[in-house]
Design a protein around this ligand. Sequence first.
Ligand code: DGL
Length: 260
Amino acid sequence: MEKSEKPIAVFDSGVGGISVLKEMVHLMPNEDFIYYGDSAHAPYGTKPLEEVRALTVSHVENFLAEGDKAVAIACNTATSAALAYLREHFPELPLVGIEPALKPAVLHKEGGTVLVMATPMTLREEKFKRLLARFSGDANVINLPCPGLMEFVESGHFESKEVRDFLDQLLYDYKDNKVDAAVLGCTHYPFVRPIIQEVLGDQVTIFDGAYGTAKELKRRIEAAGLTRKDKDHKGTVTFRNSAPNPEKMALCKRLLDFRG
Ligand code: DGL
């Protein structure tokens, strides 16, 4: 088998990265994807950095061992913990990560207020501090760590009254159009986007990094000469999970079909 026919590995701490996978499948419909969710160790966002880095590196080593042609870290938290290390140690690998879509949110309205929702680790790490220094401009950026939010998506209860109550409380100070833009800086959050929109208000524009990440992955695969040549091949998606119970696997399929 030619290298270009090998699958692309997409990874997240759990099922959240399916929000990014969706954009990738859309942009590269004839590629094969393996989606690996580490739900057994989720959440990552409240763990120490070293632990998340070690987990992420070991998953990437497994992808490489099975010959996957490219890797996407579809997790903001794992990206902030391990991307720099991975780039240094695997310079040949077409590799992308994801980070909060701060730039378009700041550009959306001059001098606007931008709410960044992400895991505690993403907001605490150097990578995000550099992003803030580079792109905040004259915006008023509010960082909101959201521990506890990803669990509603992991458990499949992302359309429940419980998540609505949780978000009502978490976003209490920003309700009813008090901010101009919100950034979903964790790949689980797009699945609760309709509720976030409802709570924040209909004038608020919500951004996430999924499409930008998918575009960057496509570009890197092209640059490496690894785009599939058989254009009539219909791409496949294979789900794998470190907690592979039937409910989790069914949830993966449900999330891939989710239209928020
Ligand atoms: N999906 C992950 C992200 O994008 C975070 C979820 C977690 O805490 O594991 O940051």
